[in-house]
Design a protein around this ligand. Structure first.
Ligand SMILES: C[S@@+](CC[C@H](N)C(=O)[O-])C[C@H]1O[C@@H](n2cnc3c(N)ncnc32)[C@H](O)[C@@H]1O
Length: 261
């Protein structure tokens, strides 16, 4: 099954809730920039829609048609003035050309970790640079990897299967329980993450079971800093949370960078 295909996309808004405080942070940064904003890996519009509702013009690019279909559906139900501030584009952040520049480009909620090689990461960062105004900014967020978590799974078959959340199925009204297990490969810095969605009837019997998987490549703090510098950026800030607190090991990396002249 492909990442973020029809089924993952349908459940995405119910089990993938973002990082605490990220939506107001991005909305505030977008207002500060004054628009236009470009969000790469915009998914179902979790951040894009509140940004447009706050009065900022925003384009969202994503490579998964199913995620974009859900975003489009939500956008179609918005006030026409808000709709007018939104553009959705199917594309790949490693290679896109929108023919215009932006005051702010964001890559929220681990979307950057879908780039699995150094070359892909560099291609995306250079492409972003080509879409930034000279005084524009890039903001991207990835988690900060914990060596103890990775080390704990070395030589084993991966993490235990854990129940991570539950939600009400949007169509059937039944409870869906989400299970998650991961494998880490420190050689490639890859995390293979498997999800199992179990839909239960009133008796607790599983009536439907679906699987999906994702591969991410984690990045360390200084790797990300050097990567930004290599691709023509000057780092303005590294926050550790969306309250703009300092970087702390094992939490979040929230990078704010400007293109170097
Ligand atoms: C974790 S979701 C984040 C969605 C949204 N930004 C949010 O915060 O809810 C990651 C998104 O990145 C998209 N994505 C992954 N690789 C991509 C690529 N190379 N180019 C464009 N989009 C990509 C996926 O399709 C998915 O919608």
């Amino acid at each position: 099954m492909k990442e973020y295909d029809r089924l993952d996309a349908a459940f995405y808004d119910y089990y993938s809730l973002g990082v605490e405080g990220d939506v107001p942070f991005y909305v505030e940064e977008a207002q500060k920039a004054g628009g236009p904003v470009l969000e790469l890996g915009c998914g179902t519009g979790r951040i894009l829609i509140p940004t447009a509702e706050a009065g900022v013009e925003i384009a969202g690019l994503d490579r998964a048609p199913s995620m974009l279909a859900i975003a489009r559906d939500k956008v179609a139900r918005l006030d026409p003035a808000v709709q007018g501030r939104i553009e959705l584009v199917e594309g790949d952040m490693r290679d896109f050309s929108l023919g215009r520049r932006f005051k702010l480009v964001t890559i929220p909620y681990r979307a950057f970790l879908h780039l699995l090689t150094g070359e892909d990461q560099r291609r995306a960062l250079r492409c972003v640079r080509d879409h930034l105004e000279p005084d524009g900014r890039l903001i991207l967020n990835v988690f900060d990897p914990r060596l103890d978590t990775i080390g704990a799974h070395l030589g084993s078959f991966g993490s235990a299967l854990k129940m991570v959340s539950e939600f009400v199925h949007p169509d059937t009204g039944r409870k869906v329980v989400v299970w998650d297990t991961r494998q880490y490969d420190p050689e490639t810095q890859a995390i293979e993450q498997y999800f199992i969605f179990e839909e239960l009837d009133g008796e607790g019997q599983v009536v439907n079971k679906t699987y999906s998987s994702l591969v991410l490549r984690y990045v360390h703090r200084y790797e990300m800093e050097y990567l930004l510098e290599l691709c023509g950026y000057r780092v303005e800030a590294l926050y550790g949370d969306f309250g703009r607190g300092p970087f702390r090991y094992g939490r979040e990396q929230i990078w704010v960078a400007r293109p170097r002249p």
